[in-house]
Design a protein around this ligand. Structure first.
Ligand SMILES: NC(=O)C1=CN([C@@H]2O[C@H](COP(=O)(O)OP(=O)(O)OC[C@H]3O[C@@H](n4cnc5c(N)ncnc54)[C@H](O)[C@@H]3O)[C@@H](O)[C@H]2O)C=CC1
Ligand SMILES: O=C(O)[C@@H]1CCC=N1
Length: 270
């Protein structure tokens, strides 16, 4: 039997996932989407050939519901969905912070819920998606979530207690790298390079470093030491990074992101 999958609240992450599923061979005929604005729904139909439906229609028709609205909008969406979701539907939440218990309390008794934290590199099939089971989700449900999110990159199962930490590391992680590239480009400008050239140098260096981190089997410390020649240039830069507390800043930043996830879980939406 064909499994229908619906993406509810198809914004940046919902669309990234949807497009990846189609690239990976899902038939648009088996994919439903919901959107708040009719123009957005039409845009998705034109772009991907998928069917826009209402949230209740999605709940009744699809076997798997993937909820990709903002955490702040999840309560309202569940009020709308709850009367229409049969207890055998798999509900996957892509939202930061919100625990699986939040869904279980609002949906029919026994509804399987899986929590996933992916990231925007889903757009280029290089996502990191971290997956946890709610209390009624079986190994089969987890495998189905892995199949879906595996379409856009890597997946990793973690206990739900680690989700906020993973959100802070990989969910938000791409933003930290984009921020670094932005800052390094400014440094290139300071040193007199044209912006475009500085950008290209840094992006290629980032790609090279990322491939080495993934493929070389070497520890990051060893990779950095290999760049850092005695009395050379790099050590001067490293000393400045240490003087400015960049390592401590990164640790504090990621801890703050984790803490915000916890706040979202407790219903602090401001
Ligand atoms: N942007 C990112 O890098 C990441 C976001 N997330 C999570 O993904 C979720 C979505 O984030 P984005 O895609 O960035 O936000 P977004 O704002 O681009 O997408 C959310 C969409 O949901 C729609 N929506 C809200 N309520 C709705 C309803 N009742 N019915 C139908 N559509 C509705 C909005 O109109 C919007 O298009 C959030 O929960 C976030 O925590 C997870 C990983 C990374
Ligand atoms: O900033 C956020 O809340 C979302 C979740 C992880 C990445 N973006």
């Amino acid at each position: 039997m064909t499994q229908k999958v619906a993406v509810l609240g198809t914004g940046k992450i919902g669309e990234a996932l949807l497009s990846g599923m189609i690239r990976a061979g899902w038939s648009p005929a088996d994919l439903l989407v919901t959107a708040r604005r009719p123009e957005r729904a039409e845009e998705l139909r034109t772009r991907y050939g998928v069917s826009p439906v209402t949230n209740p229609e999605a709940a009744k028709t699809a076997d798997t519901l993937i909820l990709t609205v903002k955490p702040q909008d999840m309560g309202t969406l569940l009020v709308e969905l709850a009367p229409h979701v049969p207890a055998d539907r798999l509900v996957i939440s892509g939202a930061a912070g919100i625990p699986t218990s939040f869904f279980e309390e609002r949906l029919a008794q026994g509804t399987p819920v899986v929590r996933v934290m992916t990231n925007t590199p889903a757009l280029v099939d290089e996502a990191m998606s971290v997956i946890s089971a709610g209390s009624h989700a079986t190994a089969e449900h987890l495998a189905h979530a892995e199949e879906i999110f595996g379409a856009v990159g890597k997946t990793l199962r973690v206990p739900e207690s680690q989700q906020d930490a993973c959100t802070a590391l990989s969910g938000s992680g791409p933003a930290y790298f984009f921020y670094l590239v932005e800052a390094m480009t400014d440094a290139g400008i300071l040193l007199g390079l044209p912006r475009e050239k500085a950008h290209d140098l840094i992006v290629q260096s980032a790609i090279g470093a990322a491939v080495m981190l993934r493929d070389s089997g070497e520890h990051p410390v060893k990779l950095r030491e290999n760049v850092t020649s005695p009395a050379g240039t790099t050590i001067n830069a490293i000393r400045e990074l240490e003087n400015h507390g960049v390592r401590a800043a990164l640790i504090a930043a990621i801890e703050a992101a984790r803490d915000r996830g916890r706040e979202l879980a407790s219903g602090n939406n401001t």
